[in-house]
Design a protein around this ligand. Structure first.
Ligand SMILES: CC(C)(COP(=O)(O)OP(=O)(O)OC[C@H]1O[C@@H](n2cnc3c(N)ncnc32)[C@H](O)[C@@H]1OP(=O)(O)O)[C@@H](O)C(=O)NCCC(=O)NCCS
Length: 190
């Protein structure tokens, strides 16, 4: 699917089902992603199996498994949610196993996902909705130079209060600019 410096993104197989279901049950996943209570397991299974069967599921959600290049270990997953082929945009989510965080693999995977969106899918725009208290992901967007388009006030409820959500948006020309930056060249080994 897409290869970075440390990881590759690949289509999920049926054998990845448990891995994905475990990710969906993770406390951090439930804290930082998804505003609604966890969907029923059967529905999730159906969704993942559909994704495993083909690139495009009818509900336009696309999942990718992130694997370490050196040994193939699954370290995380990437989700393109609500792909709109008409408007050529999608919403990006990412999840990494706790023990695999704080590595360049995370930013490498995020970049590979963005490359997949613009270079392979031919999208015009990628959006990331980041809960304002998710400092790690805010930093990753800043590092990649992805601008904040909008702040949704008191948009999610966690830990007994409402929090803002930051909508980060990148357009295809902005991605082309990013490709010229030394940081990009470092990660892509040029
Ligand atoms: C989002 C996620 C993939 C980011 O990966 P990560 O490995 O945690 O990110 P990093 O450790 O590379 O941290 C990114 C930056 O945040 C900083 N950071 C790390 N821990 C932090 C903390 N507790 N508070 C604030 N900043 C922190 C890092 O120092 C780094 O900045 P730097 O490059 O300037 O050093 C991962 O945390 C995750 O899977 N979280 C759960 C799911 C989630 O939040 N998904 C996103 C919803 S769309």
């Amino acid at each position: 699917m897409r290869t970075g410096k440390f990881v590759l993104l690949r289509k999920p197989e049926e054998t990845d089902l448990d891995f994905l279901l475990a990710a969906f049950q993770d406390t951090d996943y439930r804290r930082f992603i998804g505003g609604d209570p966890l969907e029923r397991e059967k529905r999730l299974r159906d969704q993942i199996l559909r994704a495993a069967q083909g690139l495009f599921s009818y509900d336009a959600n696309l999942y990718a498994i992130v694997c370490r290049l050196k040994d193939g270990r699954r370290v995380g997953c990437i989700f393109f949610n609500k792909i709109s082929w008409r408007n050529r945009n999608a919403t990006l989510d990412v999840f990494f196993l706790k023990e695999e965080r704080a590595t360049m693999a995370v930013i490498d995977a995020y970049l590979a996902a963005i490359e997949y969106a613009f270079l392979d899918l031919g999208l015009h725009k990628v959006i990331g909705y980041v809960y304002a208290f998710n400092e790690r992901l805010v930093k990753i967007h800043k590092k990649l130079g992805i601008p904040i388009e909008q702040r949704l006030i008191e948009h999610v409820y966690r830990d007994g209060r409402y929090h803002d959500v930051l909508a980060f948006g990148m357009l295809e020309p902005e991605f082309r600019d990013l490709m010229k930056k030394p940081f990009y060249k470092f990660l892509r080994g040029e």
